[in-house]
Design a binder for this molecule. Structure first.
Ligand code: AMP
Ligand code: ZN
Length: 303
């Protein structure tokens, strides 16, 4: 049995995750959710002094905003769209017939106006743009959403539906870079409090196709994205559990987000993978949460 199946099987066997029959789509047990809640409390505590504006979007976003975001250029293979039945009674009859015969019934489904959110911050930028020019101090937002990425895997840390918590900074290049640097340091303190082994490195995003290789190397050369990696499913290939992105003025230009002086805003975000951090804790401290080191339980507010 390979290592990937083994960690997943252990988690399923221990009743921490529940199988749905689809790789990367799991039910979560109460104990698992208790840990997620503890991580969220820590994310709030680590960012409290900055007084971010809390905003929540459902896990689906406006398809027009998704199209404008450029996601399909970089990650068409990861995107998930919501399609719906919009036919008449005859089409319904045909659909039921196909279902009964085990044939493909999905060919008549039509794209709706909703796309499943690929990253928690995507619905934010058009909203910020619509609010008008930023104040001189810029903006700071606290977001959390279930996200979808079509990357079925038996690595339990690579889910198709997972929660991403983010802080997003919008403002001048200096404000945004200071935010990101600060969060790289806070991120290390965060996982140190959880007694998890980690390293921070440049990211390697899975951009699509030949053009993607170029995008990937330019992302690395420009130092646009760092990740905090923790061994979860593999020691040789540790998992990105936190990420620190600098988008330059990409979203500012795209959505027309203006700083107080009318120049285009820069943006950065720090993303916490709630399931990945939870899995890292189970992997390193064992499946019995009550037996975790006292310091870890205290940090999570479980003690
Ligand atoms: P990214 O936008 O790829 O930087 O993702 C932000 C954070 O979400 C990462 O640091 C991970 O912790 C988490 N994440 C990304 N992809 C997945 C996935 N397939 N399953 C679980 N968590 C993920
Ligand atoms: Zn983001």
């Amino acid at each position: 049995m390979d290592a990937q199946v083994s960690l997943l099987d252990q988690l399923l066997g221990a009743g921490l995750l529940f199988d749905t029959g689809v790789d990367g789509l799991y039910g979560r047990a109460g104990v698992f959710e208790d840990v997620v809640a503890g991580i969220e409390r820590m994310v709030i505590a680590f960012g409290r002094e900055d007084q971010a504006e809390v905003l929540r979007f459902p896990p689906g976003m406006n398809r027009a905003h998704f199209e404008a975001s450029g996601y399909m250029k970089s990650f068409p293979h990861l995107a998930g769209t919501v399609h719906c039945f919009c036919g008449d009674e005859a089409a319904h009859g045909q659909l039921l017939g196909e279902l009964a015969k085990g044939e493909d019934w999905t060919h008549g489904q039509k794209a709706s106006d909703i796309v499943i959110t690929p990253a928690a911050c995507y619905p934010l930028y058009p909203l910020v743009a619509k609010r008008g020019r930023l104040k001189p101090q810029g903006g700071l937002f606290d977001l959390c959403s279930y996200c979808f990425r079509h990357e079925p895997s038996t690595d339990p840390a690579r889910m198709q539906m997972f929660r991403m918590r983010e802080y997003v900074r919008v403002g001048s290049p200096e404000q945004v870079m200071a935010f990101r640097q600060d969060w790289i340091e806070r991120g290390k303190a965060f996982v140190t409090a959880l007694e998890l082994p980690h390293e921070v490195d440049l990211a390697n995003d899975p951009f699509f196709g030949r053009g993607g290789r170029l995008a990937s190397s330019s992302q690395r050369e420009q130092g646009l994205k760092f990740e905090l990696l923790i061994p979860v499913n593999s020691v040789v290939k540790p998992t990105a559990c936190l990420s620190f992105n600098y988008h330059q003025d990409h979203f500012g230009e795209l959505w027309g987000i203006e700083q107080h002086d009318g120049t285009k805003a820069h943006t950065a975000c720090v993303g916490f993978g709630l399931e990945r951090i939870t899995l890292a804790l189970f992997r390193h401290h064992g499946f019995d949460v009550k037996a975790w080191p006292a310091g870890v339980r205290t940090a999570l507010g479980l003690a």
